[in-house]
Design a protein. Structure first.
Length: 264
């Protein structure tokens, strides 16, 4: 059995090219599904559409069968923090939903998620979604050579908590490349100057989860779906990034510019 590396892989030019391809396709899936996310569609239908898009373009849905996961994407609605399993749930006016896709393209993993506003969404929910996106971007903005993961976590934490939101601490970003999850673990909270020092060539995800209420989470009986313990709304955004010689590269930017709602 192969052991996971203790230190992050430092990737070269060929790996950057491969991850650009995987990352772009990841973003294309999310762009593709955007017009379908409206009241009346089921999360299972969203999964089927995304699955078919993978297959039609020669990609493999990374989540399907991963540790027994039964679907091709994750769909997390309202108080679901992450890993929501698509099924018969019908989206209704006012819902918010995170769609998380992790395609495998030529043996490399892309990974990204976006929040979607379903119909007429409350101001409270819109503000949460907007703050979660901004928190992610603050974290990404802290990525550069010789910065630390503590700097990244602090940028997210100080912004989110400064606006009254809690940060889910049970889940984190992760290294990525030819495997879906590897080192480093990327916490969405932290202290400046602590944790791993960043070097050009490191690949990882940044994917903060913010709650309106308390940060506590629990897993439902299906073994996958993670919800807020207090039933409060939760939101998440995710990008896959690389440390470059001069800063950061985001592999999973939307080709249409649809990185945060409203997607118009």
């Amino acid at each position: 059995m192969l052991k996971k590396p203790r230190q992050p892989v430092i990737h070269g030019a060929d790996a950057f090219a491969a991850m650009r391809k995987a990352g772009r396709f990841t973003a294309e899936i999310l762009d593709y599904i955007t017009p379908f996310v409206k009241p009346g569609i089921t999360t299972g239908e969203i999964d089927r559409l995304c699955h078919d898009y993978h297959v039609a373009h020669g990609a493999v849905p990374g989540p399907l069968g991963f540790h027994g996961y039964p679907k091709s994407i994750c769909t997390s609605v309202n108080h679901v923090i992450c890993h929501g399993v698509p099924g018969d749930l019908v989206l209704k006016d006012g819902d918010i939903i995170n769609i998380d896709v992790t395609p495998i393209v030529d043996h490399w993993f892309g990974d990204s998620s976006r929040m979607f506003l379903v119909g007429d969404v409350s101001g409270v929910a819109r503000d949460l979604v907007k703050a979660t996106y901004e928190a992610m971007m603050r974290g990404i903005g802290a990525v550069k050579p010789d910065a630390t993961l503590g700097d990244v976590g602090h940028a997210i934490q100080s912004f989110a908590e400064g606006r009254g939101y809690s940060i889910v601490r049970d889940f984190a970003g992760h290294g990525i490349g030819r495997t879906m999850h590897t080192v480093p673990q990327v916490l969405h909270y932290g202290s400046p100057g602590t944790d791993l020092r960043l070097e050009p060539g490191m690949f990882f995800t940044i994917e903060p989860m913010l709650n309106i209420g308390k940060p506590d989470a629990r897993i439902l009986a299906d073994g996958w779906t993670v919800v807020t313990r207090d039933g409060s709304l939760s939101a998440q955004f995710e990008h896959t990034v690389a440390v470059t010689e001069t800063g950061v590269e985001i592999f999973t930017l939307s080709p249409n510019g649809w990185n945060a709602p409203p997607y118009t």
